[in-house]
Design a protein around this ligand. Structure first.
Ligand SMILES: Cc1cc2nc3c(=O)[nH]c(=O)nc-3n(C[C@H](O)[C@H](O)[C@H](O)COP(=O)(O)OP(=O)(O)OC[C@H]3O[C@@H](n4cnc5c(N)ncnc54)[C@H](O)[C@@H]3O)c2cc1C
Ligand code: FES
Length: 271
């Protein structure tokens, strides 16, 4: 079976993470062997096909963690155990282990691929700190799983909330800046809104550390053909979604500022 051929999979389990975020588990050998940061094209029968990061992969089971935004994500989060989905993938580049001391930063649903990443970093003997930012306490993702990794594997975990209802009050970039000024990290791994990625990119450059960030663009074919996901000279579906510092440098003018709409027109990013 080629990874870009659609497979029909049965939903094995649905876990409610927050009010509007669910994790959907299914059995698929290819997805279960994916690397952190790779994504799937998920077809919701009769609705649409959308890109989603793989949020866990172990044994034969894999999952996606989905936030309700519009029609397709709403329909997906209404689906129940036993119903069928179509999947293609895994696609794209993935986070690579660089150095011995890592700072991982996730904002909102951007945390979806990062639990798998921190597990990989810890398995590779990397000292790891994760900062997760959310608007409010009830929107924090993977809270208990991250604290379990703290207890068992020494993961350093920090939370920020914009309203101060949990962890440090403020935004995740402020906490990251504080960490970077207090400790020497070898690399930073980021997923979230592009304005946040842009700020963290400049911080990484200032501190002279390697950064890898997962970017989002409109993805349709996921195979580098249609051009809907272009950023600079790259295609997010094939060259990304994870880009490293040298690639981010090349696209820093567009990063967090412009994207393409469904018609392929270059438009400002609203944050
Ligand atoms: C590589 C990648 C990984 C992603 N991982 C996750 C994830 O793990 N969890 C998650 O909840 N969301 C993830 N997303 C975002 C997710 O694809 C969109 O939220 C979803 O497509 C919205 O579809 P909708 O029909 O519900 O909303 P719509 O109302 O159709 O769209 C709402 C907004 O979502 C974005 N969007 C819509 N269709 C696409 C598309 N085909 N490609 C990219 N963006 C689109 C656009 O910005 C659009 O304005 C990821 C996106 C990319 C590119
Ligand atoms: S989604 Fe078609 S080229 Fe990337």
């Amino acid at each position: 079976m080629k990874h870009n051929e659609m497979r029909i999979v049965k939903i094995r389990k649905v876990k409610m993470e927050t009010r509007n975020v669910k994790t959907i588990f299914f059995e698929d050998k290819l997805s279960a062997s994916a690397e952190p940061g790779q994504f799937l094209m998920v077809w919701i029968p009769g609705v649409d096909e959308i890109p989603l990061s793989i949020s866990s992969a172990s044994g034969r089971l894999a999952s996606v963690t989905v936030k309700e935004i519009g029609e397709a994500t709403r329909a997906l989060n209404k689906m129940k155990k036993g119903e069928n989905l179509g999947i293609r993938g895994p696609f794209g580049s993935h986070f690579r282990v660089v150095g011995k001391n890592a700072l991982v930063v996730g904002g909102g649903i951007g945390t979806a691929p990062l639990f798998m990443l921190v597990t990989k970093l810890l398995n590779n003997g990397v000292k790891t700190t994760i900062i997760e930012g959310a608007k409010t306490r009830s929107e924090i993702l993977f809270h208990d799983q991250l604290l379990a990794l703290h207890d068992k594997r020494g993961l350093k975990v920090m939370f920020t909330t914009e309203d101060g209802s949990y962890g440090t009050k403020g935004v995740v970039t402020e906490a990251a800046e504080k960490c970077l000024s207090e400790e020497k990290f070898d690399s930073m791994y980021v997923c979230g809104k592009e304005a946040m990625i842009r700020e963290l990119y400049f911080l990484a450059e200032k501190h002279g550390i390697q950064m890898q960030a997962s970017l989002e663009r409109i993805i349709r074919c996921a195979m580098g053909i249609c051009g809907s996901c272009v950023i600079g000279r790259y295609r997010v579906c094939k060259d990304g979604p994870v880009f490293d510092s040298s690639q981010l440098r090349e696209i820093s003018i567009e990063l967090g500022k412009f994207q393409r709409n469904f018609r392929g027109e270059r438009i400002p990013i609203e944050n």
